[in-house]
Structures are given as structure tokens and as C-alpha cells.
Write a protein that binds this ligand. Structure first.
Ligand SMILES: NC(=O)c1ccc[n+]([C@@H]2O[C@H](COP(=O)([O-])OP(=O)(O)OC[C@H]3O[C@@H](n4cnc5c(N)ncnc54)[C@H](O)[C@@H]3O)[C@@H](O)[C@H]2O)c1
Length: 359
């Protein structure tokens, strides 16, 4: 008989309600037994909607971590609290799923990796885009070597006008940055995972505070306050890997461009290429001609079923709980997320100094 995993949620805001709690609720072997938020009413609401009958609520995560019956903690707070809460949870003998980005700085991310090693507990980061159908398919293509050696890639995270105006996303101190650390992180994680290349060598970057200064701007989530917009609105990176491969990373919450794509990558290898633009496409050369294949991820015309087995969030949660129950390694390894953090930090540093950063 499979045992039940007792889970706690720390930070009961947007992503906890939009991803973690609904997906965990669908799993038979999970009980959500504790909820924490500095705004207690959010923890109470979450407990009432998703918790067990005797679920507890907390305002202070340190108090929650004293409960020895809790086996796993999901850290869903703003970025500046990821490292401290994750390390404290690992040291309280809990497995941790921490939301992306792993941390604000490489130093913090390194401390998280060390804490996981020291305690022997599992740590994973919420890079849910790896669990999309197109990502899962493309990863198998790459793993099998169908693209050959991938030596050029683009990581796409470009929105025309979709600046997150809730919470603390515009606050440099709390988040550590804007679109680069918020959505560039997903695109870069996806790209490195497809390339299976975690050895960056040199990073150049640039960042901009242009459209963020505008008043009454058109925006998916309503106009922002330019006074509070302390993070960049766009950032771009040029990354050279130890093996000579190149990655171009583009990220923006607000850019005058029709070429928009988020949490996607384009890959070019010696045997073929792939991109996620308008669906998953593979390309290459055969019998002296160039070809392009569109991968059908749907049900192929069935009226009552679109072919999707699980959402990316549901698959992420199910595999994570399986990792805990069967003592297996998570798909998203903390050492991989650490490299993503290092590269993002190097882009910010290079943007500030105008110099290349050698890692
Ligand atoms: N995987 C994704 O695609 C995705 C999408 C959105 C957000 N996120 C990440 O999730 C995190 C939270 O984002 P959000 O949109 O849910 O923000 P949010 O502001 O809606 O929610 C954060 C919650 O954490 C609470 N909080 C803050 N500090 C706390 C502390 N010390 N202890 C307990 N609770 C605390 C806040 O009161 C708030 O309710 C961020 O790191 C963000 O990058 C990930």
C-alpha cells in the first residue's frame, strides 16, 4: 500500500493557488496539512479550500517547521525568501519544492544545494515548463541524439506588454530583478536541459529600463506605477559554453515586438534543429532536401478529447510526490537550477559593468 505524504505550503498567493494546491489536491497520496502566509487570511483561505480537516495555519514559517509530521514543504513566497525558508525546511528534515527562480543570488543558491547535500533531503525547483508535452517530447528527441551536437540555441522569454503588477514583482530588493529572473529563468532552464550542457564559460549581458518608465501603459494586468518599477523591463544575454556552444537569451515583460514567445527554446545541432514556435517543429536534411516535421501532440481530431493526459503542473506534482515515496531523484536537480542562477547573475553583472563575465 502506498503511504501518504504530508505536505505544507509556505506562501499562499498566486502560484500556490494557481499551481501547487490544485495539482496536489488531485493526488491520492497527498494531504495538505499546514499553510503559512505572513497575511494569515490567505493561509486560512487555503486551508479551508485545500487542507485536511485538522489543517493548521501559521504566520511564521519557523513555527510550521517544528511539526515533525510534515514531510515536504512547497516554498511559494517571493524570491527574497526562497533561500532562507528552503534551508530552514531542509534542516528541519523536510523535502522541499521551491518555486523558481531558485534564489536571488548564486551565493544563496549554492547554500541551498549544500543544505540539501548536508541533510540528505530532496530539493527541487518549480521549473514546470519542463513538464509540458512539447518539452517532454523534445527532451526525448535531444536525449536520443537526433539533433546531434547542439551548438547554437535561443532561449525565448518575450512578452509585448505583460508586466506582473500584483505582489512584489517590480521590487528589485524582493525579487532580485525583473523579466530576466522571472521568465528568462524558465527559458534558460529549458534550453540547458535540452542541451544537457551545464558548463557556461563566458557571459555578456545588457538590460533596459525603457518602457517601465511609461505612465498609463497598455498592459495585460493593468497599468504599472513607474515609480515602483525598480527592476529592468528587458534583459538579453549572450552565453558561451565550455564546449564552444552559444546561447542567446532574450527576456522582456514589455517590448515593442511582434516576435513574442515565452518559456520556449530554439535549438540547432549538427544533425537537426527544433523550435517551439507555433507548436513543436523539428527540421533537418534528408535525401538531399531540407525538411520540417510538425509534431502532433493532440488527439488527432477526436472531438471530445484534446489528447492532453495531464497539465504540466499536475505532472510536476505527481512526479515530485513519487520521488518522495519511492526515494528517487527529482527531474529538476538543484545543481542544474544553480547553473541557471549563475548565468542570470552574470548577465545582470555584465549589464552593469559593460564587461564580459568569466565563470
Ligand atoms: N512556476 C511559475 O511559472 C511561476 C509563476 C508565478 C510565480 N512564480 C514564483 O512564485 C513565487 C511567488 O509568486 P506569486 O505570484 O505567488 O506571488 P504572490 O505575491 O501572489 O504570493 C506570494 C505570497 O507569499 C507570502 N509571503 C511573503 N513572504 C512570506 C514569508 N516570509 N512567509 C510566508 N509567506 C510569505 C505573501 O504574503 C503572498 O501571499 C515567486 O518566486 C515567483 O517567481 C512561479
Amino acid at each position: 500500500m502506498t503511504r501518504t505524504v504530508r505536505v505544507a505550503i509556505i506562501g499562499c498567493g498566486g502560484i500556490a493557488n494557481g499551481k501547487h494546491m490544485p495539482s496536489l489536491k488531485k493526488l491520492k497520496h497527498v494531504e495538505m496539512v499546514a499553510f503559512c502566509d505572513i497575511e494569515l487570511d490567505k493561509a486560512e483561505k487555503a486551508a479551508a479550500e485545500y487542507g485536511t480537516e485538522d489543517a493548521k495555519v501559521y504566520q511564521d514559517y519557523q513555527e510550521l517547521l517544528k511539526d515533525a509530521s510534515i514531510e515536504a514543504v512547497h516554498v511559494c513566497t517571493p524570491n527574497d525568501a526562497h533561500a532562507a525558508i528552503t534551508i530552514a525546511a531542509l534542516e528541519s528534515d523536510k523535502h522541499v519544492m521551491c518555486e523558481k527562480p531558485m534564489a536571488k543570488t548564486t551565493e544563496e543558491a549554492q547554500q541551498m544545494v549544500e543544505a540539501a547535500k548536508r541533510t540528505g533531503k530532496k530539493l527541487t525547483i518549480g521549473y514546470n515548463n519542463r513538464f509540458r508535452q512539447d518539452s517532454q517530447y523534445l527532451h526525448q528527441v535531444c536525449e536520443q541524439g537526433d539533433l546531434g551536437e547542439i551548438y547554437f540555441a535561443k532561449a525565448h522569454a518575450i512578452r509585448r506588454r505583460a508586466v506582473p503588477t500584483w505582489g512584489v514583482f517590480l521590487d528589485e530588493e524582493k525579487q532580485g530583478g525583473g523579466p530576466l529572473i522571472d521568465i528568462g529563468t524558465h527559458a534558460l532552464d529549458l534550453t540547458l536541459w535540452m542541451m544537457d550542457n551545464y558548463k557556461p564559460k563566458v557571459v555578456m549581458g545588457s538590460s533596459y529600463h525603457k518602457l517601465g518608465k511609461k505612465k498609463d501603459a497598455a498592459n495585460a494586468w493593468g497599468p504599472w506605477d513607474p515609480e515602483k518599477f525598480t527592476v529592468e523591463d528587458s534583459a538579453f544575454g549572450f552565453i558561451t559554453m565550455e564546449n564552444g556552444a552559444t546561447i542567446i537569451l532574450e527576456s522582456s515583460w514589455a517590448l515593442n515586438s511582434l516576435d513574442v514567445d515565452e518559456a520556449k527554446c530554439s535549438l540547432s545541432g549538427t544533425e537537426g534543429g527544433a523550435d517551439m514556435k507555433g507548436g513543436l517543429r523539428l527540421n533537418g536534411e534528408r535525401f538531399g532536401k531540407l525538411h520540417e516535421t510538425n509534431v502532433e501532440l493532440g488527439a488527432g481530431g477526436v472531438a471530445f478529447y484534446d489528447g492532453s493526459v495531464e497539465t504540466d503542473a499536475d505532472l510536476e506534482a505527481r512526479l515530485w510526490i513519487d520521488n518522495i515515496i519511492h526515494d528517487t531523484e527529482p527531474v529538476v536537480k538543484p545543481e542544474q537550477a544553480l547553473v541557471v542562477t549563475q548565468i542570470l547573475e552574470a548577465i545582470y553583472e555584465s549589464a552593469k559593468t559593460g564587461k564580459a563575465v568569466y565563470l
